[in-house]
Write a protein of this length. Structure first.
Length: 77
């Protein structure tokens, strides 16, 4: 298994921390009293998008940080 280099790991960690912070802030706004229905819908969508971005970043880090597939790995069609 390939592990990310020091720069890749710290970049990935920083990105995850940023996403986590934004997700927490957005969730806090979602929990506020008096949030309108349209705002709830928008904020819930933002939370889902931030969570999806965090999942992609975690997967990238778990796979070694590279965007290219490992040797011998083919893309499924």
């Amino acid at each position: 298994m390939t592990h990310p280099g020091p720069g890749q790991a710290s970049e990935g960690t920083a990105r995850l921390e940023q996403l986590s912070s934004r997700l927490g802030e957005t969730a806090a706004r979602l929990r506020e009293d008096g949030v309108e229905a349209e705002d709830v819908k928008r904020l819930a969508g933002e939370c889902a998008e931030l969570a999806a971005q965090a999942a992609v970043e975690l997967d990238r880090l778990a796979r070694g940080g590279g965007l290219e597939p490992a040797p011998g790995q083919e893309e499924l069609l």
